[in-house]
Design a protein around this ligand. Structure first.
Ligand SMILES: C[S@@+](CC[C@H](N)C(=O)[O-])C[C@H]1O[C@@H](n2cnc3c(N)ncnc32)[C@H](O)[C@@H]1O
Length: 276
């Protein structure tokens, strides 16, 4: 893991907790991070002077861990359907991991599948129906669950997703084009959910999106899930506009979240909001 992303300003907020900011951690945040590190069975930071928690902080920590458990490793059964689980690893908030809730994951997965079907109807070969998921592992899992025949590549920093075999490509947005050559301009649909809400992060992820997408008139369908605060940048960098559909997460985030696309989805996704 690079120190780069560790020092990145983390702007996703999780009520009732304050903003995550690894550079300006409060004692309580540091403690929560330590607890979480332990929960994931990774190496605990050496911290002989660990602060003690107030009863209020302890309650908050318990709630935090309970929420973590709720969004844990497996969604055992799709709500009310009895359908088999979509397996997810536990969220690691140090990596800015906030998984979509089921409705969001299914809605976006079905949109991606619709785009691929439209594309094949237009005469594209099966091979061209390739989807790239940049830093959105939940979406990858749901697409594959709904349509296992679809070719989907997950570009992710968290190596726990190596479990997806050759569908996994290690990706660090700090090296936006350090990717296998065979991925270049190879995808009809590219979906991204950058880990941070900074200008720098979106600019770099936009470079990756351009690397993966097809250039020119038959250009790719692009979808970006990120904070409302990125609206102007998303339009400038990639020609994306927000849809009415509001993505939600299993852990409720304080930030307003949007889905941006470079195409008009018509009646799907709550329509397209383009300011004139
Ligand atoms: C905001 S989450 C998006 C996850 C999405 N909501 C989902 O449910 O699949 C950001 C993702 O970026 C990944 N990430 C963290 N650091 C990264 C880095 N340096 N480069 C690329 N991706 C990174 C995290 O592992 C996480 O999956």
């Amino acid at each position: 893991m690079t120190s780069h992303s560790q020092s990145q300003t983390h702007l996703y907020t999780l009520p009732p907790y304050p903003k995550f900011s690894p550079t300006t951690k409060s004692a309580e945040e540091a403690k929560m991070e330590q607890q979480q590190t332990l929960r994931h069975d990774t190496v605990a930071p050496e911290d002989d002077d660990a602060p003690t928690l107030s009863s209020h902080a302890l309650e908050a920590l318990k709630e935090f861990l309970a929420e973590q458990n709720r969004s844990g490793a497996t969604r055992e059964e799709e709500e009310g359907t009895g359908e088999p689980a979509v397996e997810l690893v536990s969220e690691d908030w140090r990596l800015s991991q906030f998984w979509y809730d089921q409705t969001t994951a299914e809605t976006v997965a079905r949109e991606v599948i619709t785009l691929c079907r439209d594309d094949s109807a237009a005469g594209c070969t099966v091979d061209s129906r390739r989807v790239a998921c940049i830093a959105c592992p939940t979406l990858y899992a749901y697409i594959k669950k709904i349509d296992p025949s679809l070719s989907v590549q997950l570009l992710e920093y968290d190596e726990r997703f190596e479990r997806y075999g050759s569908d996994f490509t290690f990706y660090d947005y700090n090296q936006p084009e350090e990717l296998p050559a065979e991925l270049k301009h190879g995808f009809q649909v590219v979906v991204a959910d950058p880990p941070y809400l900074s200008k720098e992060c979106l600019e770099k992820v936009a470079e990756t999106v351009s690397f993966l997408a097809r250039p020119g008139p038959s250009n790719s369908n692009l979808l970006l899930l990120t904070g409302e605060v990125q609206k102007e940048r998303a339009a400038e960098l990639l020609g994306l506009h927000p849809c009415g559909f509001r993505p939600q997460h299993s852990s409720k985030l304080g930030n307003e979240f949007r889905l941006f696309t470079n195409y008009n989805p018509g009646a799907r996704l709550g329509g397209w909001e383009v300011e004139r």
